[in-house]
Design a protein around this ligand. Structure first.
Ligand code: SF4
Length: 350
């Protein structure tokens, strides 16, 4: 069945040509609010039934929610085919942020990440991506006009640039001034370094912040933790990031998971300095979020501070970000994997 959530008002009118403009406007508004057809209380019952029989309103619904003391909430969302995805709501003084998933699973296979351990199940559609935003916005008291979300980060499960067409369609839909109207400048898109699609994105006219998952400054170390390093050398990835910055004028952030006894020596800091020479980029250092299935360990606070100090001495812009979500079932992919393991133990019920 056709998904309606990413349709513009004009596209909706084209699909429902017998409806007057005000009815189309009502349906559009309800969809953006995260509602299903059965909840569209100002539509005639017969129209609600007709819509339910032919179209999909929301691509996901909340299966479970885990809330931490600081207000961070991790959502387990069920897609219509029974697949589960995760997203994380993070309240901040300057506005609330939602970290979205872009695929069910991931085929990039990063060794420190739970999402990639069972490979890719499937890409999410643009409408499913937008539904994540709509249902979490609604759950936090927002609607299409008074949003409870001001920032989005595409850093949950999946590699956004491995699902390029759906992700770019989502970015256009979520920033539609008639819809949720979230500014593209308030959206960060993370990639592990898919060079051809980084270059495509630079020409797309979508001024998002690009966040590149670097995690090591040389190919030898990157290959240990990120299979994508076998396809794209780190120099090419940084060159593509420079092109993105030159063409869009938008900031580039390099994400760097600090891993004990692996990538936080003085030599690592010096290689970073060489790699990023002349690039006004920022390094976001994150102590590794421990994943049960991984052999890698998180460094202590003193080790993190020492590495940060060394980077600053070398003139690099860097900050340490405490990883959110440990209280709410750990890093991306862990919640879904635990829940699905429990579902299997319970005999496979939803
Ligand atoms: S870190 Fe990101 S790109 Fe790598 S396996 Fe996990 S979800 Fe995929």
């Amino acid at each position: 069945m056709e998904e309606l959530l990413t349709k513009t008002k004009e596209e909706l009118a084209g699909l429902l040509p017998d409806l007057p403009a005000f009815r189309v406007g009502q349906i559009f508004e309800w969809l953006q609010r995260g509602a299903d057809f059965s909840e569209m209380s100002d539509l005639p019952k017969a129209l609600r039934e007709r819509l339910s029989a032919g179209f999909v309103a929301q691509g996901c619904r909340i299966e479970q929610k885990f809330t931490a003391g600081d207000g961070t909430a991790k959502y387990l969302l069920a897609l219509r085919d029974g697949n589960l995805i995760e997203c994380v709501f993070m309240p901040h003084g300057y506005g609330n942020t939602l970290c979205l998933s872009t695929q069910v699973g991931c085929r990039m296979g990063c060794r420190f990440c739970a999402s990639g351990q069972n490979g890719l199940v499937r890409n999410m559609t643009a409408a499913e991506l937008l539904s994540q935003v709509a249902v979490v916005n609604r759950d936090n008291g927002g609607d299409a006009r008074r949003r409870a979300l001001s920032n989005l980060v595409l850093m949950g499960c999946g590699e956004p640039l491995d699902n390029y067409d759906e992700v770019t369609a989502f970015l256009r839909a979520v920033s539609d001034p008639e819809g949720l109207n979230i500014s593209l400048r308030s959206i960060s898109l993370s990639t592990c370094g898919l060079v051809p699609n980084m270059l495509r994105l630079a020409d797309e006219g979508l001024p998002v912040v690009l966040a590149v998952s670097l995690h090591a400054a040389d190919d030898k170390k990157r290959k240990v933790i990120m299979p994508v390093a076998n396809r794209y050398p780190v120099e090419e990835i940084v060159d593509a990031a420079r092109t993105f910055f030159r063409k869009t004028g938008r900031r580039v952030i390099f994400e760097y998971a600090m891993i004990r006894d692996f990538n936080i020596s003085d030599g690592d800091a010096e290689r970073l300095k060489e790699l990023l020479r002349g690039f006004p980029a920022h390094l976001n250092l994150i102590p590794l979020n421990p994943v049960e299935e991984s052999a890698f360990a998180s460094p202590g606070r003193a080790e993190c501070e020492r590495f940060l100090k060394k980077l600053h001495e070398l003139g690099l812009s860097a900050t340490v970000r405490r990883s959110t979500g440990r209280e709410v079932q750990g890093s991306c992919g862990q919640l879904r994997r635990r829940y699905e393991a429990g579902r299997a133990d319970r005999g496979g019920e939803a």
